[in-house]
Design a protein around this ligand. Sequence first.
Ligand code: NAD
Length: 316
Amino acid sequence: MKVLVTGAAGFIGSHLCEALLRGGCDVTGVDNFDPYYERSAKERNLAAAMEKNSFSFVELDLRDAAATTSLMAQGWDCVVHLAGRGGVRRSIAEPRAYLDVNYGATLNVLEGMREGGAKRLVFASTSSVYGNSPKALFREDDSTDRPVSPYSATKKACEVLCHTYHHLFGLNVYVLRFFTVYGPRQRPDMAIHQFVRAISQRRPIQRFGDGSTHRDYTYVDDIVAGVVQAVHRVDGYEIINIGGAHTTTLADLIQTIERLLGEEARIEQQPVPPGDVFRTEADNAKARRLLDFEPKVGLEEGLRAFIQWYQKEQNL
Ligand SMILES: NC(=O)c1ccc[n+]([C@@H]2O[C@H](COP(=O)([O-])OP(=O)(O)OC[C@H]3O[C@@H](n4cnc5c(N)ncnc54)[C@H](O)[C@@H]3O)[C@@H](O)[C@H]2O)c1
């Protein structure tokens, strides 16, 4: 099976490429090394995949419509579109950049697939499309009409655009809503990475709010297992939550990291930023049904793996 992975040098994309290669796929990765974080970190992410004969890499900016169209015409059995800008808070400061990368590049991917005849797409969306939903468990058919950041608004727009291409041109699309992903190679702007870095360096951590916000943390291998199933099964148009079933308060998360590092955090409390949501928790029933999805890695085990990776990176 010939699979194209966009955002292949990123956190989730690099793990996905390795998993697809292990499963016997021919994988091509594409990435433009967006300066959101260091290129050198992304090159390290790619190193293991680069050693495999069945992996190729293309450096290309998906905002370039002509280049994206010719890439999409190369006979892919499935395209996994992960490339984009994450980060809720930064999207408030730079909404245009998020629109260009998240929405503009997705339009180019969809148009390229239409012109090039590729028929199957897996698209990375986010739990943040649910906004400040009052429901305990987030289900795919809940309203997502009230996103609270430009980042989530762009992802919601992409979900809708994917549906339009399914309706008009028969593209098969699985939209996967990832719930806070963590593990080795996690983006440096994400909370777990920031906390481990600051506590290890005995610097204060910034905690937004009183510690009572909740997140459903999902270990990267569990996310990747869901994406791999989606690659093999995508058919029709479906939106599917992929969550870790480990909804935890921010205070508990920090305490677990302190315990694993054997260091106490110095906490500087800040107000909750306006684009942040208070709680996320996935209803995974649809993922179980369509993808046989079952998250396997508990929060403590996953944090240990992240810390081990982080400490190894510091000694490079
Ligand atoms: N990490 C999470 O918790 C999380 C949660 C929900 C959704 N997502 C989504 O999953 C996807 C991957 O997230 P991640 O955490 O691995 O992020 P990441 O930033 O590590 O990876 C994204 C990759 O896309 C590349 N990219 C950006 N713009 C590009 C462009 N114009 N052309 C080509 N490549 C481009 C970047 O260089 C980067 O390597 C994103 O779409 C993100 O919105 C992530």
